[in-house]
Design a protein around this ligand. Structure first.
Ligand code: PEP
Length: 255
């Protein structure tokens, strides 16, 4: 086990976000390569967030591993006449532990407001799922000097709905929109500033909460990001679609 645990007391966490990629066949191939690589006791925790329809497949394949499963979204409603929606209880039913809430692609392409995201956060926790709550600013907001205010408002919307204490059972992912899927990772200074700000917003419980970085994390840049004091792992998109690159990132968090 690592010295990181002693240093921070927060277990490193690396989460794959497969987004809308995969098939039965390619999922089976990817998991058959990755799961044997990630065997045994590790300092870092690893989770895979798969498309809804493949969750039972992923849960089944990983049932004898130490890799945890999550979903990429959840309904803001509990149950009932909401055609096409998937509830938190359904995600628990198929074996999910985590659920991503408020990803920038949901905010941008599906018009998810801070309020809807806060409702999703609440529904997830109501059934025992652990939300991976994503926050991030656009390039426009950053260049206007409004990055901290944007993240502050995204956090506050959830705090207002569920209370600060709810974050004890949540993970936060800082994902600058301009770094997601672009190949442009945030600088250590930018990450450090934002993670420190988020932790400060969480007040007395901040020190115990895992804050991940997301945005173009690759095996060759992961270690420098994970070395930062306030970074507790990563949410990984593109590089999680290949076993070797995802494994490289997980190894970097496992030191
Ligand atoms: C993401 O989708 O959350 C993400 C961080 O993507 P990528 O790693 O491809 O930038």
């Amino acid at each position: 086990m690592s010295t990181r645990l002693g240093k921070t007391s927060r277990r490193p966490l690396v989460i794959a976000n497969w987004k809308m990629n995969g098939s039965y066949h390619t999922n089976a191939e990817l998991l058959a390569q990755f799961a044997p690589q990630w065997q045994g006791v590790h300092c870092a925790e690893v989770a895979i967030c798969a498309p809804y329809i493949y969750l039972p497949q992923v849960v089944e394949v990983l049932s004898r591993s130490n890799i945890v499963v999550g979903a990429q979204d959840v309904s803001q409603f509990k149950l009932g006449a909401y055609t096409g929606e998937i509830s938190g209880a359904m995600l628990v039913d198929v074996g999910c532990h985590y659920v991503i809430v408020g990803h920038s692609e949901r905010r941008a392409y599906f018009a998810e407001s801070n309020r809807i995201i806060a409702e999703k956060f609440m529904q997830a926790q109501a059934v025992g799922l652990v939300p991976i709550f994503c926050v991030g600013e656009s390039l426009e907001r950053r260049e206007a000097g409004e990055a901290l205010a944007t993240i502050g408002a995204q956090l506050q919307a959830v705090i207002d709905m569920v209370g600060l204490g709810a974050f004890k059972q949540a993970v936060i992912a800082y994902e600058p929109v301009w770094a997601v899927g672009t190949g442009r990772i945030a600088t250590p200074e930018q990450v450090e500033e934002m993670h420190g700000f988020i932790r400060a917003q969480l007040g007395s419980i901040g020190a115990g909460i895992r804050i991940l970085y997301g945005g173009s994390v690759k095996p060759d840049n992961a270690a420098q990001t994970f070395a930062l004091d306030d970074v507790d792992g990563a949410l990984v998109g593109g590089a999680a679609l290949q076993a070797n690159t995802f494994y490289g990132i997980c190894q970097a968090a496992d030191l």
